[in-house]
Design a protein around this ligand. Sequence first.
Ligand code: AHG
Ligand code: MN
Ligand code: MN
Ligand code: MN
Length: 320
Amino acid sequence: MTSPANVISPDLIPDALYPTINALCATSIDVAAIIARAGLGQSLAAQVGENSDGDGQKALDVLADDMFEAALRGGDVRWYASEEQEDALLTSEGGKYALAIDPLDGSSNIDVNVSIGTIFSIFDTKEGAEESFLRPASEQICGGYILYGPATCLVVTFGNGTQQYVLDPSKGEFVLVEKAMEVPETSKEFAINASNYRHWTKPVRTYIDDCLAGKDGPRGMDFNMRWVGSLVAETHRILTRGGIFLYPGDARPGYENGRLRMVYECAPIAFIIEQAKGHATDGETPILERQAATLHGRVPLVFGSAQKVQRVADHHDLSE
Ligand code: AHG
Ligand code: MN
Ligand code: MN
Ligand code: MN
């Protein structure tokens, strides 16, 4: 790994992880610059293949993956596992970490100039790749995402609260703006892909039906709905403004466990949210108590304000 100049203040970052976090941040600055020019050159949303999840791969999915892998190679990361690659890669024989990454989250938004992101999760490595990643999510030592929105920002936890840094584009540096983010407890917003309503289980339908019933229903208030289609953007909104996100398992073939991948998406988002005093479950069980069965395995994800997430779990209890 060629060590880039420092692009993030080291104050709250564990010393041993600093080179890895700095490399991720330096790469994200390059990715953000490419995204900012997306409408000007070759389409970043061109379909270029399919990954092992069966997701179509867009040009930017593959480019971002290549860039992060190249930036980490030869550094402190022994195992690099990516949504866009079938198997984990040995990127550094002597590396002490295992890093999982969703290099480009929300790829359906690339061609419409809507927020997208990168999500990552870090464990202390073990000898083999599977044992390094297929373990309880509570063993993560870092979870983070970079949001490429109107502003580019890094939200990260090392298990001591959730911090936010914003990229100052004029300096090419991430500046700490929040030391301890907290998910607001009260909010009227929920996020779910409502087009799947007919496929949902009873507890999920009941939860959403109650929201839709508004102030005359059991919740006694009107709600509002948001769905960006980028997990990073939904997470950022919920960290900022509260609310709840659901991508439940449903009756569609292949969607028994929803759409989101445990290792690349659910585990790091759950770590970030729990460190911000929110809650993240699979509908019933905390995500941090679960572990992936396979590298690309999916898990239902419900997260946000703790009381709202608990209400979803209560609906599951009642249906048993
Ligand atoms: P990715 O682009 O990394 O494959 O992830 C997309 C995910 C997530 O960002 C979003 O919450 C969800 O897919 C959207 O799913 P629908 O297309 O079913 O709305
Ligand atoms: Mn994908
Ligand atoms: Mn994703
Ligand atoms: Mn992705």
